[in-house]
Design a protein around this ligand. Structure first.
Ligand code: TRP
Ligand code: SF4
Length: 324
C-alpha cells in the first residue's frame, strides 16, 4: 500500500509563482508515489481572518490554480477542511491531552501575538492542535511543508505519541518532508513573494499581464544606465531565470556583468519563458473555469472520500478514549 501524504494550505485565492515553486510543484510530484490528501484549511484561516466575505471566492480561485498546476482529483483527495467536520471533533479531543505549555512555546504563535495583539483568540493557541487533527485524522505519515511549519509537525508528533501512550497505538507519528526549494523573492527583490505585499506574479495572469508585472521588478540598482555593468547575483530577475530559463541563465549572468544585455531585454526574455512554462496551466485553468460546477464537484467528491477515512478514525479514537 502507498504511504499517505497530507498537506494543507490556507485559502489565499489566486496562487502565485512563489506558491507554485515552493509547494504546489512538490505536491504535484508526490501524487504517483503516495496516496495524497490536500486540504484547504478554511477553519485555520479563521484564526486570523476577521472579514470572511471573500472566503468562498478565495477557495474557488485556489482550487482552480491547484487543478491547473496538475493536482489530479482522480489520483488525490482535494477537499475543504470544514466539509469534513470530524476534524473539529478530533481537535477537541486532542486538546484534552495537549499541555498548554507546549502551545505557548510555538514560534508561530508568539509571532501572531506580535502581529495581532488585539486578536489573540483561543483558536490561535490551538492552531497546531487543529493541524495535528488534520494530519492524524487521516493517519498520514508524510507531511510536505516549508521550514516554517516544522515546529507544528514536531508538535503533531508529540501529540500523536502521547495519544498512543495513553490510549494504545493509533496514530503514526507524522514526518515533515521539507520542500527543498529556495525562497522565491517578490518583485521588490527584498521580501518573500506574497499576495499581501503585492510583490507577486499570479499563475493565472495573461501573458501580457505577466510581462507587465515582470517589467515592474526591481533589478540591480547599479544599472542606472544601459551601459552600467550589473551584478546578477543580487538580482531577482536573474534568480527567476534560474527557475524558468535554466538553459540560458549562465549566459545571462555573463551578459549582465558586461552590460551586453539590458534589463528590459532580460525581463522580456524572462516573461516569455514564464509564459511558455505556464501555458498548459492556463489552458487547464480555463477549461476548469468553463465548467460551472466542476470545482464544486471536485470538492464534494474529495470531502466524501475524506469523510470515509475520518469516520473510521473517529470511531477508533472514541472507543479508545472510552467515549463509546
Ligand atoms: N499551517 C499550515 C500553513 O500555514 C497549513 C496547514 C493546516 C497544514 N493544516 C495542515 C499543513 C496540515 C500541513 C498539514 O501553511
Ligand atoms: Fe537583473 Fe537581468 Fe538587469 Fe542583470 S540584466 S540586473 S540579471 S534584470
Amino acid at each position: 500500500m502507498k504511504r499517505r501524504v497530507f498537506s494543507g494550505a490556507r485559502p489565499t485565492g489566486r496562487q502565485h509563482l512563489g506558491n507554485y515553486l515552493g509547494a504546489l510543484q512538490n505536491w504535484v510530484s508526490l501524487q504517483d508515489e503516495y496516496d495524497c490528501i490536500y486540504c484547504i484549511v478554511d477553519v485555520h484561516a479563521l484564526t486570523t481572518l476577521e472579514d470572511t466575505s471573500s472566503l468562498q471566492e478565495d477557495i474557488y480561485e485556489m482550487v482552480l490554480d491547484w487543478l491547473a498546476a496538475g493536482l489530479d482529483p482522480q489520483k488525490s483527495i482535494l477537499f475543504v477542511q470544514s466539509h469534513v467536520p470530524e476534524v473539529m471533533e478530533l481537535h477537541t479531543l486532542l486538546s484534552m491531552i495537549t499541555p498548554l505549555g507546549w502551545l505557548l512555546r510555538v514560534p508561530t504563535f508568539k509571532e501572531k501575538v506580535k502581529i495581532q495583539p488585539g486578536n489573540v483568540n483561543y483558536g490561535l493557541v490551538g492552531y497546531p492542535v487543529l493541524q495535528t487533527a488534520d494530519i492524524v485524522l487521516y493517519k498520514a505519515e508524510v507531511v510536505p511543508v516549508g521550514e516554517d511549519q516544522v515546529p507544528h509537525i514536531e508538535l503533531a508528533r508529540e501529540i500523536a505519541r502521547r495519544f498512543n501512550n495513553l490510549f494504545g497505538d493509533t496514530f503514526p507519528e507524522p514526518q515533515a518532508k521539507l520542500t527543498s526549494f529556495p525562497m522565491v523573492l517578490g518583485l521588490d527583490g527584498k521580501e518573500k513573494m506574497s499576495k499581501q505585499l503585492r510583490n507577486d506574479i499570479e499563475i493565472a495572469l495573461s501573458p501580457e499581464e505577466t510581462l507587465e508585472r515582470v517589467m515592474t521588478a526591481v533589478t540591480d540598482p547599479a544599472r542606472r544606465y544601459r551601459n552600467d555593468p550589473g551584478h546578477p547575483e543580487i538580482c531577482n530577475i536573474y534568480r527567476l531565470h534560474g527557475h524558468f530559463n535554466p538553459e540560458q541563465v549562465d549566459d545571462i549572468a555573463v551578459q549582465c556583468r558586461s552590460a551586453e544585455i539590458g534589463c528590459v531585454d532580460c525581463k522580456t526574455l524572462l516573461a516569455e519563458k514564464i509564459n511558455l512554462a505556464l501555458k498548459p496551466f492556463r489552458e487547464r485553468r480555463a477549461a476548469s473555469a468553463a465548467k460551472p460546477k466542476f470545482v464544486k464537484e471536485v470538492l464534494a467528491d474529495g470531502a466524501q472520500r475524506a469523510s470515509v477515512i475520518a469516520k473510521e478514525t473517529m470511531r477508533e479514537v472514541k472507543q479508545k478514549m472510552g467515549l463509546i
